[in-house]
Design a protein around this ligand. Structure first.
Ligand code: ZN
Ligand code: ZN
Ligand code: FE
Length: 749
């Protein structure tokens, strides 16, 4: 009897075939294994049923760490006439059209780190990799995935690498980026007008500069990083000048888990995320500060662990517990990719730029997540995650989703899989927009994607919507416009495979509603094709339009003015009476004052009232500061709300807050109560709406749920509520998740 086993998931380009080969050989199984449509196909003849069962168990339990199995199906066929005499690996499937599986970039594995000290041709080699680790997405140009179609093409394998590459039992069998000191990429730098290529010299030089408090730049997997000593205040300040970044926290790379433990609290899930081969930045609760300029005023710290050999090499030569590692760009430009780009953006301003000779085909930023309860929640999905497809649970083939405008990603539908692009950024930036269109072209080519249906946001002025319109006009393809918060909700639905209607609570920044107002505090009942707006936060005037999102004091004044509440003296003193009067006049005359129900603006208003942030220097600064301000311990009662009807008003809450302020209550107390108010509103409203509609599943989405305090509080409240709560995990709750939501709605229609 011939058994046909079909495995789907992240199983291509991660050493799965050699793994199956080894297990089969060990167990006396005959047959073959090869790549197949979005997965792997094993055809096998087993000596006994017992062996078959053990074989399958081993496949599921012992597979390479970086791989993940979504499904495994088996069926049987009569044995073919030409029986198998051994177990073999069949070569890559030629029909690249079918392949959606390109592996993400993975951190160097422990075996490779050990090979660096034992293998003669790889002693100290900084670009060592194997079938389980190393670059993938960042170097791939075309499919099928083999060396000729990656940026490793110019590097001809030396005989030794070639032998390893061709030997099925070698750890580097078919490792496309295989390389060694004789044949692979190298680091180089220009220093004092001398070109250095010796890795040891470069390492010594870089380490000396870092020790002396200099800022250097280095080319990594998906782009350049700035690096400096995270314990050296002066160095970090210099980096702030170079990046022209006022207060936005920098991510740091710690030497190892033990060192990190002294500086931040790490639970089991966080430790697992940090150590995973995807090596994201994990936001942690800080215990002990590094240099204050790393994360001014923050209780959290963005942390990652070394993931390239050079990172380990630095720490071996330095005493510092951590290095700042932040994307190599100025302001909000896309990170630099190559020597020319790096020199142009910051060549003159850093002490040293370390380049290397492996080209980056696809740019990726470091991914970012935090853990709520025991749930890892991605905030930025890029290196280590992209382009792993997500199962859509529906046909999405040919759908191209353009996403939103800020923290943009786009998505392509291939069969029944959603392929999300890497994190792109804010499209209003011209260079970022070019990155957006360029990445779209690359993905289209790479996946042999033929768009048949376009889908974008309802907002006509988003640059992503305009690009969609342009393409629709040029190609004649149908274009669907999807309401922003419905897309947020749908993204969470697809992640959890929810197909029946849900109650969706979307607390967000801004998104155009179908009544022409700006939504963002929405209680919806929706499925994958349509939605009903059951309730929303009260509309408030956003005096100055977009400016109000950058200047939280405007929302504070607008709330007080609209609700006829007194302006606290301290607030008036800070802002100035004249500006407030002017703003109130704008509101009364409805000049440049759209209406918004966005929860994000409420967070802004409270942050400003409490004196935490009147004008933000970067996106979402005010809500983050408000969250940071909230007291960690104690019980906090929610403020009063007017929440029974379909319009929820925070007026009573604001009245209470003013009272607390008058009583001299500290910001940490008021912020904690405000968070409790939001949480209780959401649970209470969810309960009311589930009773009203008979729908028992509740999904959360929208940028406000990047607030860990709020989400954790909700997880606890929902755990005892009898309602099922779904929190975005793999698809970010912010606008990075919009494209995936748009796609599933387009499929649903
Ligand atoms: Zn490895
Ligand atoms: Zn070699
Ligand atoms: Fe949004």
């Amino acid at each position: 009897m011939l058994h046909v086993i079909y495995i789907r998931g992240l199983v291509q380009g991660v050493g799965f075939r050699p793994f199956v080969y080894r297990v089969a050989r060990e167990m006396g199984v005959k047959g073959e294994v090869g790549n197949h449509t979005g997965g792997l196909l094993i055809r096998a003849v087993f000596p006994s049923d017992n062996v078959r069962e053990r074989f399958l168990r081993r496949i599921c339990e012992e597979h390479p760490d970086v791989a993940s199995i979504h499904s495994l199906t088996t069926c049987t066929e009569p044995e073919p006439s030409a029986a198998y005499t051994a177990f073999t690996i069949t070569s890559s499937c030629d029909d690249a059209d079918e392949v959606t599986q390109v592996a993400p970039d993975m951190a160097v594995c422990p075996e490779c780190m050990s090979d660096r000290t034992t293998q003669a041709h790889r002693l100290g080699y900084p670009f060592i990799n194997c079938t389980h680790c190393g670059p993938r997405f960042s170097i791939i140009r075309d499919l099928p995935y083999d060396r000729e179609r990656t940026t490793m093409r110019p590097f001809r394998m030396c005989p030794q690498c070639r032998a390893e590459y061709e030997h099925p039992s070698d750890r580097r069998f078919h490792a496309q980026p295989i390389a060694c000191n004789h044949c692979g990429p190298v680091y180089y730098a220009l220093y004092n007008n001398v070109r250095h290529t010796c890795y040891d010299d470069l390492l010594r030089l870089a380490s000396r500069l870092l020790r002396e408090g200099e800022v250097i730049a280095v080319k990594g997997i998906g782009g350049y990083h700035f690096v400096c000593d995270a314990a050296n205040e002066q160095a970090v300040r210099r980096l702030r000048e170079i990046k022209a970044r006022d207060t936005k926290p920098f991510a740091v790379m710690f030497r190892n888990q033990e060192t990190l433990d002294a500086y931040a609290a790490v639970n089991e899930t966080e430790a697992a995320c940090l150590a995973s081969p995807r090596r994201p930045i994990v936001l942690l609760e800080q215990r002990k500060p590094l240099a204050p300029a790393v994360n001014p005023g923050m209780r959290t710290l963005g942390v990652m662990l070394p993931y390239m050999p050079i990172h380990y090499d630095w720490f071996e030569r330095l005493d510092t517990p951590a290095l700042v590692m932040t994307s190599g760009n100025r302001n909000d430009l896309p990170i630099a990719l190559n020597e020319a780009g790096a020199n142009e953006q910051f060549g003159e301003s850093v002490a040293l730029v370390l380049h290397h000779t492996r080209e980056i085909e696809n740019r990726t930023d470091d991914s970012v997540l935090h853990v709520c309860g025991a749930l890892p929640c991605l905030i930025r999905r890029s290196r280590g995650y992209v382009p792993e497809p997500l199962p859509a649970g529906a046909q999405v083939d040919g759908i191209l989703a353009f996403g939103a405008e800020q923290v943009n990603t786009f998505a392509l539908g291939k069969g029944d899989a959603i392929v999300q692009s890497q994190y792109i950024g804010d499209l209003k930036n011209w260079e970022t927009f070019r990155f957006y269109t360029g990445a779209m072209e690359r993905f289209t080519k790479l996946l042999r994607f033929r768009p048949r249906q376009l889908v974008c946001d309802l907002h006509p002025d988003y640059l992503s919507s305009r690009e969609a319109e342009r393409m629709a006009a040029a190609t004649g393809l149908p274009l669907l416009r999807v309401q922003h918060h419905h897309a947020h909700a749908a993204a969470c639905m697809v992640e959890y495979g929810l197909k029946r209607p849900v109650i969706a609570i979307v607390m967000d920044g801004a998104g155009l509603g179908d009544d022409g107002h700006i939504w963002g505090g929405e209680f919806l009942c929706c499925d994958r094709s349509s939605y009903r707006r059951l309730a929303h936060l009260e509309y408030l005037p956003m005096a100055g339009g977009d400016k109000a999102a950058l200047e939280p004091w405007r929302m504070a004044a607008a709330c007080l003015h609209t609700w006829g509440l007194p302006m606290p003296a301290e607030f008036v003193r800070r802002i100035g009476e004249e500006r407030i009067v002017l703003l109130c006049r704008m509101i009364d005359r409805k000049v440049h004052t759209p209406l918004t129900s966005a929860a994000g603006r409420l967070f802004d208003a409270i942050a400003s009232l409490l004196g935490l942030c009147d004008v933000s220097s970067h996106r979402a600064e005010a809500p983050v500061l408000l969250e940071q301000a909230a007291a960690v311990t104690g019980r906090f009662y929610p403020y009063r709300l007017d929440a029974d009807g379909d319009v929820v008003s925070f007026r009573p809450a604001l009245e209470d807050i003013l009272g607390d302020m008058e009583d001299g209550r500290p910001a940490e107390y008021i912020s904690a109560r405000f968070h409790a108010t939001m949480a209780h509103l959401i649970v209470g409203k969810a309960r009311q709406l589930t009773v009203q509609t008979g729908v028992g599943d509740v999904v959360l989405s929208g940028g406000c749920f990047q607030n860990k305090r709020l989400v954790t509080e909700l997880q606890q409240l929902f755990a005892v509520s009898g309602m099922r709560l779904y929190v975005p995990s793999h698809i970010p709750c912010n606008d990075s998740g919009i494209a995936a939501g748009q796609m599933i709605i387009a499929a649903g229609r």
